[in-house]
Design a protein around this ligand. Structure first.
Ligand code: OAD
Length: 334
């Protein structure tokens, strides 16, 4: 019965969970059940045309060099990336939670009742100005450019080993680095589109950009509406895009998970790191050890706790991709 349901609703696991009577955020056992069923089905073709095959590392405690060798030998071909604000700090964009420099420590000018209120839907309904002031900073065109970390993911895609990149970032630097749209899941939304909060009319991000740059709150153009238009960024209290929940079917097919620049504090995103098979290696590139790498470490985890640029450069040296990566960056920035 479960199997039939999965086939019927494949690609929309949330509906499946709802039909099974589970609330998504409290349904880990249900998701595990689905995962187990899908493991049995892992020989089916992936969307990128490759055949999914479970990868199991035979190396007890793999090193970064071992994993690079597996990629070079063509034994790892489906890499999933999970990224957070730490991948954009080398581009000059502050992250959220680093004490002192993180955004949440620097919001005093907005007089918010608590830092996360800037992304809280209820707070936004009462006072959208703090969010739009922040959005104006992010819109500063040409100010922020993708860095070596974004280009590394682009190179994975060019080499046809990127299965999917899941990012929490709303700065659009993944798109700017040329990571193809069909390989990108912007789990916390995007500024590329926007929605009127009253009549739900859809807008292009460019339609509201000018108002935001003029420090105005954008309003719906429909004559009888005048509601506030909100960029399609996922606020606390909102559902993540449906595409995000495809991780339930995609992560069991990953042969390597690379988690980069995230504190793994925000769910459901953070929980994804536990959905790859235990026999699949997981790499963490982050200043500090976080999330399930800290609380439920696995023998096949590889942790590089330090600066992300240095870690990515080290990985590329093992892959012998350094020259290519720098050429790609030069090409894209010239
Ligand atoms: P956080 O600020 O919580 O975490 C960023 C992580 O990156 C921290 O662990 C930093 O130590 C690390 N980091 C920063 N710079 C680094 C560097 N140069 N090298 C290595 N590590 C570095 O950001 P996220 O995990 O992305 O939600 O936060 C998740 C969500 O919380 C965000 O998407 C945002 C926020 O509320 C929305 O925007 C809706």
């Amino acid at each position: 019965m479960l199997r039939r349901l999965i086939i019927a609703i494949r690609g929309d696991p949330v509906s499946l969970l709802h039909r099974l009577g589970h609330n998504v955020s409290r349904s880990v056992p249900a998701i595990c059940l689905i995962n187990r069923t899908l493991y049995a089905d892992c020989q089916r073709p992936l969307r990128n045309g490759k055949v999914g095959r479970l990868y199991s590392t035979s190396i007890q405690h793999p090193s970064l060099r071992d994993i690079a060798a597996e990629i070079k030998a063509g034994r790892i071909t489906n890499v999933v990336i999970m990224a957070g604000a730490g991948i954009s700090t080398p581009s000059g964009i502050p992250d959220f939670r680093t004490p002192g420099t993180g955004l949440y420590d620097n919001l005093s000018k907005y007089n918010l009742p608590y830092a996360e209120a800037i992304f809280d839907l209820d707070y936004f309904s009462g006072d959208p100005k703090p969010f739009f002031t922040l959005a104006k900073d992010l819109y500063h065109e040409g100010c922020y450019r993708p860095n070596i970390v974004h280009h590394f993911v682009r190179l994975l895609s060019d080499k046809d080993v990127l299965q999917k990149m899941y990012t929490q970032n709303i700065d659009g630097l993944e798109r700017a680095a040329g990571i193809p749209e069909d390989k990108l899941v912007e789990a916390h939304g995007t500024f590329a589109t926007a929605t009127c909060q009253k009549c739900w009319k859809k807008y292009d991000g460019d339609d509201i950009k000018e108002a935001i740059l003029q420090s105005e709150v954008p309003h719906c153009q429909h004559p009888s509406c005048n509601g506030v238009i909100k960029p399609d960024i996922v606020f606390f209290g909102e559902q993540l895009p449906g595409q995000f929940y495809n991780f339930v079917t995609e992560l069991p097919l990953a042969q390597l998970l690379v988690v980069m620049g995230t504190s793994l504090e925000v769910h459901p995103f953070a929980g994804m790191a536990s959905y790859v098979s235990r026999s699949v290696p997981r790499i963490l590139f982050n200043k500090e050890v976080a999330g399930s790498f800290l609380h439920e470490p696995r023998p096949s985890d590889v942790i590089l706790a330090g600066d992300i640029v240095a870690s990515v450069e080290e990985f590329c040296r093992h892959l012998r991709w350094s020259k290519e990566l720098h050429e790609l960056m030069k090409r894209d920035t010239s």
